[in-house]
Design a protein around this ligand. Sequence first.
Ligand SMILES: CC(C)(COP(=O)(O)OP(=O)(O)OC[C@H]1O[C@@H](n2cnc3c(N)ncnc32)[C@H](O)[C@@H]1OP(=O)(O)O)[C@@H](O)C(=O)NCCC(=O)NCCS
Length: 426
Amino acid sequence: MNLQTMAHKLGMEDAAAAFREEWDAIQQTLPAGGPPFLRPEQVARDCETALLPADMAQAVAAAAQRVAANDALSALAWYCHCRLFGEEPAHPDLKSWPLPTRALDRDAGLFYVLVLLSGIPNMQRVHRQRGIPADVIRETVLNLKRCMEREDYFLRTGHWGLSPRMFGWLMNHWRGVLYQLGRLQFKPGPFRGKLRVFRNRGTGAVLALAQDGLTFRANGEMHEGSDAARAPDGWTSTLEVTGTEIAGFPIDPRGCVVRRQMRLPARDWQPALAPEDPILEIHIPTGPPPMAHDLCGESLRRAMAFFPKYFPDRPFKAFVCSSWILDPQLEALLKPESNLVRFQKEVYLYPLLGAGATMNSAVFGLGTKDIRTAPRRTSMQRALAEHIEKGGRLRSGGCFLFPEDFDWGTQVYRSRGVFSTSANAR
Ligand SMILES: CC(C)(COP(=O)(O)OP(=O)(O)OC[C@H]1O[C@@H](n2cnc3c(N)ncnc32)[C@H](O)[C@@H]1OP(=O)(O)O)[C@@H](O)C(=O)NCCC(=O)NCCS
């Protein structure tokens, strides 16, 4: 079946371009009996391997039957499978892959569940090659169920399924690059922060300096918008690293950049982290359970043992996270016993641009626009709604934590850092 026919039959003409690449070549390989991964016995086995409970497996099996009975849906399912799990897997932007809503109505969110299930052999191959322990596979794979019953497709429609965005996210689990270790998830990647970090050779103290040419507000938050540099309170960072000296604007581990240039003798400070360095991203799946302080510490401890053992080819310099939960303002807005606040105190925070819609959705519910009618059931909702009503803005934040500094519960960068012993800097 050609691409236009498929798109027309499924009422997806507008989005068909997302499937153009390799469409014809892939269709030539479609087996006569349709995609084998849609056969009932195969679907049942895959649901079992993916740890889907019986009621979910039944819904997935019913959706598989509908897809198998429809030649356009079968052609599309085969295309998605081959593109992602074929001999030369591609990395398309899955957010642009539409849901076949017209053809599958309430089952549309199960379409990409079927595609994911079809990739189980590929995922198992990676796990086998790396020798990943069964308990980690279990924790990691269970994210499919969790996403199907908690994330945006379910919240929007009330039916189990995956949005294209969550499908894309779960491909990380399925490609064997992301692992859940207790409460947190980890994924190797390059450091994308706009800062450089140095470590004092004598004291071991860590200091982050903002990259050159970034614009901040007087209070050290990042400035947004193209005219930021011209804003009345805008100022621009500089960073100069020579063989003898490092001169730049320091980032307080509480997450703001200080408008006071520091000059460090290069012989005393060695580079510790720079853009593109290998890091381990931290991801925090939606609760419950909460991100309890001890559980987070335990997850990080597990990651420090897991990655060197199973991914010796992916050494990492630091743990890094970017999220609305790292908005440095939260420390002042939430209760001190809040898990988010306690997490923030254990890491070195740095400013990022606004969190806006992400935070609104995460805190007040998907698509919340009007703060006046947003729910105020939890202390966070009440505190953030009040903050916004008073003209405050929510932001994003980033953080890093070096494994060699890991001492969970001691707030290492606040208790032992340059900002508590400023004598280290001249
Ligand atoms: C991250 C998460 C697990 C933290 O929850 P937590 O451990 O309960 O966090 P805290 O202890 O700081 O919560 C303090 C208060 O805010 C509430 N709260 C926490 N997260 C909330 C959220 N997303 N929306 C509304 N209220 C929230 C808690 O219920 C608690 O309320 P209470 O004082 O009335 O009992 C939770 O926010 C969540 O599931 N978020 C979605 C996933 C996410 O955003 N991950 C980060 C992206 S990388």
